[in-house]
Design a protein around this ligand. Structure first.
Ligand SMILES: [Zn+2]
Length: 329
């Protein structure tokens, strides 16, 4: 399969504006110098939420210098414990996990919602700075910030839940500045995982097949999607997931483009496929609804923001839908 050349991508997390400098991750001497360099940018995370600067109408990623009073605010905060991310415009970037500072802030986390849209304020940081969930900011921040944050969010989530060796059960240690972990009992290395997901624009002539999950915001429909299984090709996964979820048989699957989706570790593989059948039989265990929508209906929904809308802005699904509606894929 050959992807299309898409120079005007308008979805997030998929640019390459920063240098990952992977060779530096294991060089403790250079990392120790970089983390203390006054030019270095420090990004702060707390409970997986990222520190943003809300001073202006256009919120942006908050970057803390190494002389900021924040670093002296708690015995539990040590600039040397940061994780190296890479270089942006020749300046090193590190991220740091901020320990809890207040039980009330922890209690405010709205983990039962689709995503947490609350803001959390740290007493040693400027009053316009707040920790906020990346999903609630993804349509506001720049694509450059989004690219860096996709990596940080992904590596943070992997580190958070991978603390024991999957081979022998021993505790594993962080290496490569957090980009690897190692079990010193059985010498197994553990690498961050990426879970491939196929997401497909299923169409037939003038109509597109869109579905919705029961956990999504009311009114949102999107492209069908599903995790790939071991031993499966992209084309097979598209065919299987579409058939399982809606009973529709597809042909002519082709790859379009991809998007990292770090919630927590997905890579969305965007495809197009043509429907061979039309009668929808929904698997209620997988999706809540699926319907055929005409191009006219989708265009009206995009422009009017009415009772339903096709996918979230910034997502690859929205990109695929927009591109198909405008005849560009
Ligand atoms: Zn082990």
């Amino acid at each position: 399969m050959r992807g299309l050349i898409l120079s005007d991508k308008n979805f997030l997390f998929s640019e390459t504006y920063f240098d990952r400098a992977t060779k530096i991750r294991e060089n403790i001497t250079i990392l120790n110098q970089l983390v203390k360099n006054p030019e270095t940018k420090h990004i702060l995370l707390w409970q997986g939420k990222i520190l943003f600067d809300f001073s202006s109408d256009t919120p942006c990623l908050a970057l803390i210098g190494n002389s900021h009073k924040f670093w002296r605010s708690s015995d539990n905060i040590n600039i040397e414990h940061g994780s190296f991310v890479g270089f942006q415009e020749k300046k090193a970037i590190f991220y740091h996990n901020v320990p809890d500072w207040n039980e009330e802030e922890v209690a405010k986390l709205k983990i039962t919602k689709f995503f947490d849209d609350s803001r959390s304020f740290h007493p040693a940081l400027p009053k316009n700075y707040a920790f906020s969930e990346l999903r609630s900011m993804m349509t506001i921040i720049t694509r450059t910030d989004a690219t860096i944050l996709a990596s940080i969010k992904g590596i943070y989530e992997w580190n958070k839940v991978n603390n024991f060796c999957s081979k022998c059960g021993s505790k594993i240690s962080r290496t490569q500045s957090g980009w690897e972990k190692k079990c010193y009992t059985c010498n197994t290395k553990h690498f961050p995982r990426t879970d491939p997901v196929v997401i497909m624009m299923i169409y037939h002539k003038d109509k597109a097949l869109l579905g919705r999950s029961p956990v999504w915001p009311k009114g949102m429909f999107s492209c069908l999607a599903g995790f790939m299984e071991p031993g499966e090709s992209i084309e097979s996964a598209v065919e299987r997931e579409t058939l399982e979820e809606t009973g529709i048989i597809v042909k002519n699957t082709r790859y379009v483009t991809s998007q990292p989706w770090p919630f927590p570790a997905s890579l969305m593989i965007g495809c197009m496929a043509e429907a061979k059948s039309h009668s929808i039989e929904i698997d209620k265990d997988e999706i809540e609804d699926a319907r055929w929508f005409s191009k006219k209906e989708i265009l009206e929904a995009i422009n009017s923001k009415g009772a339903w809308w096709p996918a979230r802005e910034g997502s690859i699904a929205r990109f695929l839908i927009r591109r198909w509606v405008s005849g560009k894929i």
